[in-house]
Design a binder for this molecule. Structure first.
Ligand SMILES: Nc1ncnc2c1ncn2[C@@H]1O[C@H](COP(=O)(O)OP(=O)(O)OP(=O)(O)O)[C@@H](O)[C@H]1O
Ligand SMILES: [Mg+2]
Length: 866
């Protein structure tokens, strides 16, 4: 795949053909090859400047100078003495078509840029601390190699040919994908674009190709240094010069070089781009900025899952780099915003926040990843459950090794039919101790380093803490120290990898697994456990020593690790093709985050598993983070969606996920997820339960108390009406169980399940202050109940668990779980002693007859109808 320019291993014939296409003369090429060998970049450099005797056809010579030359070289007379450019003369930023038309010799606009004596990017290569990629893109004007045409017009047709050529040359692909073509079309037309495409679909190419088609620079804004680093390394391998700027860049000279146009692609974090506004304006003038790409752009939105305040400030790009602001520009410099995880509201927010132009092109492709197999399994997700939950994983890797030892290939496919149901015994309700443990993660208890477990290497860093996303530097884990290292995807070439003594090809067969856990402590606990079972596993979280993290990255990339147990700090946008399993051990905080993380599996297009282990019997908790009140509400909503996803028993999981991003999936499911394989459970008529629940809820909430004449219906819990609390849910259930003997053995889980079903139907909803409240639709249902035939729904996963193994009814101490955040939970635990008293209070308050309430409610409803 690598081409001569990058790898230096192509035949002289190919180099000659390429250079002839560029317009050089055969004799001259032969002479240059004789002098410097067959490396395209060297030959070109020799001809352009090194020997000073190149005889390029005039138009083509100019072409060469336009497409390959860095801007920072001073203007100087050409070899034949002609002045090619006046360095002091301000050049207008020319149209992209100017650059593209060059091969046909029909340049227009600014045409005075001169040839450089040497390709500047090459100059940095002897510095070990130099920016990551230093190979020159010196052979970009190749002959058309593909049938692909971007559009009908001639110049666009040229663009299509050129795209195909650079694609083959640098990446080894035969054609661009449909959405990539659309994004390139938008760029070509100088338009802003928002590119929404699935994880691993190839969004990076949309902004990398423009860098190869023009003499201008592409500036990419990216949220993580590790991600920038990963991309720079990949570009280096593809022979494209790139660098990243910011605190992770160890070489202070790189910034200056980048701002003078020495790299085709510059990666920056938002903080840095804001700091570099003035140098960027100069860069925009000369050699020009082809594009601002904003990768992982969902970080812009407060309504997204990974909000970074500095991303919002990137509106300065549209404000400052427009033709109206910079007089030398003919067109606004296009913005290209890219993400795999933006819901419809988030998309609108992105366009608004970045002040993208009104005619922004939205490139939308399917979010569906057909090779990902989604499953949900019920688990306590605690140490005691490791053995059961990871047995299959351990067997898979160990079997593979053992079979290989006997000379057999053992790619053990997981057979969904042979698996136990996700809705097995509910003997999993957490103990109070565990509950308290979760509480210890709360915001007020940020006791870094207090809990110490694990192996010596990571002992000091094992904290029961969370990795959140406060800023780019928290992910400064690779820190530009892999400059000379390029990780082969499927071979262990580095000495680091060999140190482990593992055979990378063994692991490559099975592909690695990433397990995401919520806390740092869990990364260590679980990795330790897996190591003891014989797996090659490592923990990864943002607080570990950088040397350890580097090693994990490196070993992961060269298939020396079977499992990485990580917090969210590991992996955004990192492109490793053969990850076979993504396991979430505990609820993610949003479906966006879940899909983003799950999307790291199966980038090679082969089958990969994405399994969520979670406790279906208790609602997920919101992990501590700094949030405004408004953001907290949004965060709860996102969490609720995750819970619905896990409780679901009837809708294809892939369908739910893509629908979450606004995509209609069609009638068929993915045919692979646990729901598609197992089919839905029996339907159940919930009408009677629903009527009772909503009637009591409505009366109890007090919404109807005054005007509905229900003032004697007790408000069971007063004074605790903050968002996310459960001010009345258990009161409602207690009341029902107490007053109606046929419900007296029902479990709270059952009612919670029903509440989720009713919420799904829109009959009840989370309210700002009390949860849940009956909606208008719910009231209509209540008023029409005699006419309704039944309320048929599938039992959800939690209900199935309870049904399969009914337990005695919960004690009062179990009531407060779920719906609330850890702080509230802790308060509850602290107030456990109050439990008995609460019970008494309930029994006192339950003295009011439900029948009376219901009758009164009926009266009010009938009045309303009238
Ligand atoms: N036109 C193409 N033909 C074949 N493979 C491609 C093409 N474009 C990109 N790819 C490959 O797809 C893989 C994923 O690319 P990339 O990292 O850009 O994905 P992404 O969409 O940015 O994912 P994420 O959302 O996780 O950041 C890469 O290995 C890349 O080489
Ligand atoms: Mg990406």
């Amino acid at each position: 795949m690598e081409d001569g320019a990058a790898g230096g291993d192509v035949s002289a014939d190919r180099v000659i053909a390429e250079l002839l296409d560029m317009g050089f003369e055969f004799d001259e090429i032969s002479r240059a090859i004789g002098a410097v060998g067959t490396r395209c970049a060297d030959v070109l450099e020799f001809m352009l400047g090194g020997s000073g005797n190149g005889k390029m056809k005039k138009a083509s010579r100019e072409t060469r100078s336009r497409s390959c030359v860095s801007s920072n070289a001073e203007a100087r007379p050409s070899d034949d003495g002609n002045k090619l450019v006046n360095p002091r003369k301000r050049l207008k930023q020319s149209s992209i078509t100017d650059h593209l038309a060059s091969n046909t010799g029909c340049r227009r606009g600014s045409c005075g840029e001169k040839a450089s004596t040497s390709y500047p990017c090459l100059a940095a290569s002897d510095d070990p601390r130099a920016p990551v990629a230093v190979s020159a893109d010196v052979c970009s004007a190749l002959k058309p190699e593909s049938q692909f045409l971007l559009a009908n017009s001639r110049s666009e047709s040229d663009l299509g040919h050129k795209i195909s050529a650079v694609l083959r040359k640098h990446f080894g692909f035969s054609c661009v994908k449909g959405f990539q073509k659309e994004a390139l079309d938008a760029w070509f037309a100088h338009k802003d674009s928002l590119v929404l495409a699935a994880t691993g679909s190839g969004k990076s190419l949309c902004f990398q190709i423009p860098a190869l088609l023009t003499a201008k620079v592409v500036v990419v804004i990216s949220p993580l240094i590790s991600l920038m680093h990963d991309q720079c390394l990949k570009l280096a391998k593809h022979g494209i010069s790139a660098c990243f700027l910011g605190s992770g860049q160890p070489d202070s000279r790189v910034e200056g070089k980048a701002m003078s146009g020495m790299y085709k692609i510059i990666y920056v974090c938002p903080e840095t781009v804001l700091r570099l506004m003035e140098p960027l304006k100069k860069l925009a003038e000369k050699p020009g900025i082809a594009l601002f790409a904003i990768d992982e752009v969902h970080c812009v939105s407060k309504w997204g899952h990974d909000f970074r305040p500095d991303y919002r400030r990137l509106s300065v790009l549209r404000e400052n780099f427009s033709a109206s602001k910079l007089k030398f520009l003919e067109h606004d410099i296009p913005l290209m915003a890219l993400t795999a995880t933006a819901t419809i509201p988030v998309r609108a927010d992105i366009i608004k926040s970045l002040k993208m132009s009104e005619d922004t092109v939205v490139v939308l492709t399917s979010f569906f990843r057909p090779n990902l197999r989604f499953r949900v399994k019920h688990s306590r997700t605690s140490v005691s459950a490791y053995k059961k939950d990871f047995r299959e994983l351990v067997v898979t890797y160990n079997d593979s090794r053992n079979f290989r030892g006997k000379g057999q290939k053992a790619l053990r496919e997981i057979n969904p039919d042979s698996e136990s149901s996700s809705y097995e015994s509910p003997d999993d309700a957490m103990s109070d101790d565990e509950d308290a443990n979760v509480d210890s993660m709360s915001h007020e208890d940020n006791s870094f380093g207090k809990t110490k477990v694990g192996m010596p290497l990571i002992n000091e860093n094992a904290e029961n803490e969370l990795d959140v996303y406060p800023g780019v530097d928290d992910f400064d884990v690779t820190c530009g120290e892999f400059l000379e290292c390029s990780w082969p995807e499927n071979s262990a070439s580095s000495s680091q990898c060999n140190k482990t003594g593992s055979s990378s090809s063994e692991i490559a067969d099975q592909g690695p697994t990433i397990i995401y856990v919520p806390t740092r402590k869990q990364t260590v606990e679980l990795a330790n456990y897996l190591c003891k079972t014989g797996l090659k596993a490592a923990a990864y979280n943002a607080k570990m020593p950088k040397s350890h993290l580097r090693q994990v990255h490196q070993q992961f990339h060269c298939n020396a690790l079977e499992v990485v147990v990580a917090t969210i700090a590991f992996g955004m946008g990192i492109d490793k093709s053969n990850v076979r399993r993504i396991i979430h051990y505990g609820f993610p905080q949003s479906l966006e985050a879940y899909y983003q993380e799950a999307g790291r599996a199966g980038r090679d297009g082969k089958l990969a598993d994405c399994t969520l282990y979670c406790n279906l019997l208790r609602a997920p908790t919101l992990l501590p983070n700094k949030r405004s009140k408004e953001q907290t509400k949004v965060a709860y909503r996102m969490l609720r969606d995750c819970f619905h996803y896990a409780l679901n028993t009837s809708i294809c999981r892939a369908k739910i996920l893509v629908k979450y991003f606004g995509e209609e999936f069609g009638p068929d499911g993915c045919r692979m997820c646990d729901i598609c394989i197992n089919g839905p459970p029996q339907m159940h008529d919930f009408k009677e339960d629903a009527v009772m629940f909503m009637s009591v809820l409505q009366a109890q909430n007090g919404q109807a108390t005054e005007d509905m004449g229900c003032s004697n219906i007790p408000r069971y819990i007063s004074g605790r009406q903050r968002f996310g609390e459960v001010p009345n849910f258990r009161g409602v259930v207690s009341y029902i169980r107490e007053k109606f003997p046929r419900f007296d053995t029902t479990d709270k889980v059952w009612w919670e399940g029903l509440a989720r079903i009713l919420e799904g139907r829109g009959y009840i909803q989370e309210a700002a202050e009390i949860y849940p409240e009956v909606t208008e639709a719910g009231l209509n249902f209540l008023s029409m109940q005699s006419e309704e035939e039944g309320l048929y729904e599938y039992l959800n996963a939690a209900m199935l668990l309870v049904m399969n193994d009914p337990k005695p009814i919960s004690t009062s101490s179990e009531w407060g779980r779920g719906w609330a955040d850890p702080a509230i939970r802790r308060q509850r635990l602290a107030g456990k002693k109050m439990g008995r008293r609460k019970g008494k209070r309930h029994s006192r308050s339950h003295s009011t007859g439900f029948t009376t309430a219901r009758q009164r409610l009926a009266e009010i409803l009938s009045k309303r109808r009238r």
